[in-house]
Design a protein around this ligand. Structure first.
Ligand code: FES
Length: 112
């Protein structure tokens, strides 16, 4: 069942930016790629680093702790295809970013 929550104002995550947000009991990492906002589970599956504080280059975010890289549009790890960070549906409404926490992420993260 969908559970849309308002995460932040869109202008806090402009194109090219990453942003960490805590909402309910989730840490969400938002990424704005040329005006399209993506949301991943914000806790890196390696050792819990903050993906929302990572460096975003195009669609690739680099975890600030040890450099694991993920495609923010899919959650796919860039080296190991067996690792996929959970992602969430996003919608923009009246200048705010909403994320659906109710739908299960499309793939579970698996650490190595
Ligand atoms: S915690 Fe993210 S790469 Fe290690």
């Amino acid at each position: 069942m969908a559970h849309w929550v308002r995460v932040t104002e869109l202008d806090r995550c402009p194109p090219g930016a990453a942003l960490e947000c805590a909402v309910e009991d989730h840490v969400i990492a938002l990424f704005n790629v040329d005006g399209t906002v993506y949301a991943l589970d914000g806790v890196c599956p390696h050792q819990g680093g903050p993906l929302g504080k990572g460096c975003l280059a195009g669609r690739i975010v680099t975890c600030p702790w040890h450099g694991w890289q993920f495609d923010v549009s899919t959650g796919e790890h860039q080296v190991s295809r067996t690792i996929r960070q959970p992602n969430y549906a996003v919608r923009i409404e009246a200048g705010a970013v909403w994320v659906d926490l109710g739908s299960p992420p499309d793939a579970p993260a698996t650490g190595e």
